[in-house]
Design a protein around this ligand. Structure first.
Ligand SMILES: [Mg+2]
Length: 331
């Protein structure tokens, strides 16, 4: 008998449907199906654990996020937190609170996307939970990674004189969100919003490089996220607006706006790039290592001993977002 809806399928039916789709992975001794999963740890490594919750109409909208890319993104943003520590992502759990009227096709596509992202980054789904939701889909993912203790990168290691770096380009996801809100679509920018790629390999390579003093993933904009590094490291910094890496697609979309949207590059969310700090002597090595990973990284500022994080414009003058006539676009 083919089950076409969730009520017919039931909780155990749904779990076995997901479990059947999930393949085993490295270190999985006993996967989904017993009371608890059993995993084998790599000798000498420590565990890294992170959880994120996504609520419908708070973090995503079903009218924008197709289920396949929503499944991918649910895991990608968690993998990004492991990458931000230089960790190797290994195992994940997935818990869903599901509205009773949700089509089974949606869940199948969601699961397909989740497991595709898992496969691309060496992650095995080892458990989770399902229940019914009275309002909206709730997605909770826990990711577990591992790394040698001496390679784990924290937010707290930045030193005055270090350069501030960022991988990839900034502001694309925030620009994609503005476009989707207006009912417009530019494929690259929308994909940056709906299907972010966590910087797993770059994170691991940077951890092993011996050059990086602190790292974080850019989920809330470089200004705020470098601010977390500054706070936990007891330092400040100067970010050079003119050096923020922007994609050609971002620049093209910006050209149609009344004022250049610096705020999207500085404070736009969901880029899931890596922001890190390193002594200037490591510059060439870092550029070469990132090139090997197939991505670019750019120095965008300098760590200072003052407790403030300042942004300077192309003339070296302090930049204030409120002076840019930008708010009508943001709101
Ligand atoms: Mg993070």
């Amino acid at each position: 008998m083919k089950n076409n809806n969730l009520v017919d399928l039931g909780e155990f039916g749904l779990i076995s449907r997901i479990a059947n789709a999930a393949r085993s992975g490295r270190g999985v001794v006993t996967g989904i199906g017993d009371d608890a999963a059993v995993t084998a740890l790599t000798s000498g490594m420590q565990l890294l654990t992170s959880t994120d919750m996504l609520l419908e109409d708070v973090h995503f909208r079903r009218c924008w996020h197709d289920p396949y890319r929503l499944g991918r993104k649910s895991l990608a943003i968690n993998i990004s937190d492991i990458a931000a520590m230089g960790g190797i992502p290994r195992w994940a759990t997935l818990s869903l609170a599901i509205p009773a009227d949700m089509p089974l096709d949606f869940l199948d596509e969601f699961t397909r996307g989740f497991l595709a992202m898992a496969g691309e980054h060496g992650v095995a789904l080892i458990g989770g939970d399902t229940c019914s939701s009275k309002q909206g889909l709730v997605i909770s993912v826990t990711i577990i990674g591992e790394q040698l203790p001496e390679l784990i990168l924290r937010r707290s290691g930045a030193r005055p004189g270090d350069e501030i770096w960022v991988t990839g380009t900034l502001g694309d996801a925030a620009m994609g969100l503005k476009l989707v809100e207006r009912g417009e679509g530019e494929e690259y920018l929308l994909n940056r919003l709906l299907d972010p790629i966590p910087r797993t390999t770059a994170g691991i390579v940077l951890a092993g490089s011996g050059q990086v003093t602190a790292m974080i993933d850019v989920s809330d904009g470089i200004l705020g996220d470098f601010g977390h590094i500054a706070e936990l490291s007891g330092v400040g910094g100067i970010i050079r607006l003119a050096d923020l890496p922007l994609s050609p697609q971002f620049r093209a979309a910006a050209a149609g706006l009344p004022a250049f949207p610096h705020a999207l590059a500085l404070s736009g969310g969901e880029d899931y790039e890596l922001c890190f700090t390193a002594h200037p002597d490591g510059r060439e090595k870092i550029i070469a290592l990132m090139k090997k990973c197939g991505i670019e990284a750019a120095p965008v500022g300098i760590v200072t001993s003052s407790p403030e994080v300042a942004v300077l414009d192309a003339n070296g003058q302090p930049f204030h977002q409120s002076h840019q006539g930008f708010n009508h676009f943001v709101s």
